[in-house]
Design a protein around this ligand. Sequence first.
Ligand code: CUA
Length: 333
Amino acid sequence: MFSGIPLFPQQASTLAADVDALYLFIVAVTAFFGILVTIVVLAFAVKYRTNDPLAVGARIHGSIPLELAWSIIPFGITLVIFAWSADVFFDLQRPPDQSIEIYATGKRWMWKFQHLDGQNEINELHVPVGRPVKVTFTSEDVLHSMFFPAFRVKADAIPGRYSSVWFQATTVGEYHLFCAEYCGTNHSGMVGKVVVMEPQDYQAWLSGTVGGGTLAARGERLFSELACNTCHLSDGRGRGPSLQNKFGASEQLASGGTVAVDAAYLRESILSPQAKLVAGYQPLMPTFQGLVSEENVMALIEYVKSLQASSGGVTAAEARTEHAAPAAAQENR
Ligand code: CUA
């Protein structure tokens, strides 16, 4: 649609055209009224000009129809923009259930990606074409912003919090990855590329670069290295709560109320264990702030996620089998 206009990056995701259509609509509405007002101002300046310096204008006491028109018409237009924007926003905010999950960390001045199958990349991200991909990320230091212009997705990387974007690439190729938040001296160098590959090329890439097992397996090793396993016994009789089947469930808190067990809650519980203590347990757990990197926190989260019958995201290996036999893949997990 915009291939002839170099102002716009290529549309390379399923939602890029929706974002552009909305943007174009807002530009068109703004341009229409901007041009209309300019023309009317010029026309009236010519029509009502006078050479008499003492001329007095006619008295005007308002016009109900005119005032209703310029209130109701803009109100209607803004409601259209609101409804349309909300629709696009929800599409951008809700990754499909079967998205391939990828973790990322922003730090001055690079992007680090971790695939569930165990691959790590810096300033490069390999994804398959035609499959939804969800990237969950945080920052190790200051504010960054992960921006894939060709996919029309962008979200801030905020220290201490998880953000996510999702996209489904539609065209094989290499696209820009930018940091879109000024983050210091080498902000302009915090760039990378996302490589969208045919599914079979992606499988070849995946199998060619594995080292150290899956992300969940790395998390499991950390879980025993950090001695988490001495308290979080799987039978629930340890000094800490069992982590079996916890991800996605909700947990009763000592302070009353409940909390949804998601990535953000697990991260907080590793770094600030007493922030939301589970009911029935003593505040014994030490903080792991400064002892576990953000990448390792993600590995631990992925391990906890693996401790259940069915998990939300899929690894690339699982995605491979799901296309062939979705039902069987569900049962095997
Ligand atoms: Cu990171 Cu700008």
